[in-house]
Ligand binder design. Structure first.
Ligand SMILES: [Zn+2]
Length: 455
């Protein structure tokens, strides 16, 4: 790592101007070639370079395992090496590029949602506080404190991954408690037929307000609960866009007192779902797709993978899908469909769906208007109490919660310095610098002053 010098300052000015174009270069490196590193030398979690596989009771350990950074929601994958130990699969630069992408997606919202809470998010300072740059000692990554968060789980690339990940951890905990008590947890999926030209907001409102309550309320809903010994549900709202237009759907984790097969549970739900759809004026769902219940293995897989579409680390998702997610749309609107940050498989799909940059923005707006204010995840009444979990936090509380008990203060920014950082959109660059060579932060801020014509 180079120490600060006048040539460094020059370098900082040069590299800074590149933020917002291609991936922001790391100012601590003097060329594009990553530092040669021995296998497993990257440090992402607890600086553990290599970790042994868990006991798999004699069966083959998985090639790839995943963990999550609870602070940012970032997925961290570990891959089995020849030595039989796991090493982090992505480099520190991948993680920093993910952060850059999120900031750029956030800035692109200025065009779609001007003057919205999202555009003020991570820009406005908490009243009476100073913005600090801190570095997590546990995750070895830098972050800002005392910035206001919008807490939008559907529309903020900075808040959503945090909220989703924190909720996912809680769902996994609830599931574990229930299973340890000998209960069953199954995964159910509920859909309605959809087609081009559907009014997404109207369909969604019917599903939420008219059809879903049929499954738990009224005489038939109560009877169903008793029949399948349903203790509670966690409902997740999702949507994709494909050849048949918008596809809003529910997944629900079913907490059951046991004794029934997934097929028996599905057969019990089906007539209520069908009846609810018909009475709500929606098209009748097919028996094959309308309602499906899978066993505990699928439920566990779902809880592990849930929220990955809000996570942006490149290449971790094997798509193989025929539809795009709202996060895909926002990425395409931000970077353009042919950008190298859009993976080739998605590019092909975009062509087939005739989605260009402008249309991606328009589709995203349709999605956001329909989903804004809706709860992404809903615990049925009494389930949290039953599982002994604390009162649920709001999305905003989750986005604002600082997880890092152990963090080093690197720098407190003055109001003027923070203003400069915001004005020049230097936040991700500053954090990268704080990750890798915090001693250069004063030089970097000085370079911003020169750039901004101050001093
Ligand atoms: Zn936000």
């Amino acid at each position: 790592m180079n120490k600060s010098s006048s040539s460094d300052t020059q370098q900082l000015i040069l590299t800074h101007t590149q933020v917002g174009g291609e991936a922001a270069p790391n100012p601590c490196r003097r060329n594009d070639t990553p530092d040669p590193a021995p296998e497993g030398a990257f440090f992402l979690v607890n600086k553990r370079e290599l970790i042994p596989p868990a006991d798999t009771n004699g069966s083959q350990p998985p090639t790839i395992i995943e963990t999550h950074d609870p602070r940012t929601g970032e997925v961290i994958q570990f891959e089995m090496t020849k030595t039989g130990l796991y090493a982090p699969r992505y480099t520190r630069e991948d993680s920093q590029n993910t952060r850059n992408d999120r900031w750029e997606m956030k800035w692109s919202l200025d065009k779609l949602l001007p003057d919205s809470p999202q555009t003020k998010c991570h820009r406005w300072v908490v009243p009476g506080k100073d913005v600090e740059i801190k570095k997590s000692l546990e995750y070895d990554k830098s972050f800002f404190t005392n910035l206001q968060c919008c807490g939008s789980v559907w529309g903020c690339p900075l808040c959503a991954p945090k909220i989703t990940e924190r909720r996912r951890v809680e769902v996994a905990e609830g599931m574990e408690i229930s299973l340890s008590r000998g209960n069953d947890v199954m995964l159910s999926t509920f859909t309605v037929p959809h087609g081009m030209g559907d009014n997404l907001e109207a369909v969604l409102n019917s599903m939420l307000k008219k059809v879903w309550p049929k499954l738990s309320q009224g005489r038939s809903g109560q009877e169903l609960r008793r029949l399948i010994r349903l203790l509670g549900t966690i409902r997740v709202l999702e949507v994709t866009y494909g050849h048949n237009g918008w596809h809003p759907h529910f997944h629900a984790l079913l907490f059951l007192d046991g004794g029934l097969s997934p097929q028996e549970v599905e057969d019990a739900f089906w007539p209520l779902w069908l009846d609810g759809c018909i009475k709500a004026g929606l098209e009748s769902p097919s028996r094959l797709h309308g309602c499906r219940v899978d066993d505990g293995t699928r439920a566990a897989q779902y809880v592990t993978k849930w929220g990955l579409d809000a996570e942006l680390t490149k290449g971790h998702l094997k798509r193989g899908k025929k539809s795009v997610t709202p996060w895909d749309l926002l990425r395409v609107f931000t970077f353009g469909p042919e950008d190298r940050r859009i993976d080739p498989e998605l590019q092909e799909l975009l062509q087939a769906l005739k989605i260009d940059q402008k249309r991606a923005g328009a589709l995203w707006m349709t999605f956001f208007k329909a989903f804004k204010g809706k709860r992404q995840l809903y615990w049925s009444n009494g389930l949290r109490d039953l599982l002994g979990l604390k009162k649920e936090k709001t999305d905003k509380e989750l986005a604002e919660a600082e997880m890092d008990r152990l963090a080093a203060l690197l720098r407190t920014l003055t109001r003027e310095e923070h203003f400069l950082v915001v004005k020049t959109k230097s936040q991700p660059m500053l954090l990268t610098l704080a990750d890798d060579c915090p001693e250069l932060i004063p030089d970097f801020i000085q370079s911003l002053r020169k750039k901004g014509g101050i001093q």
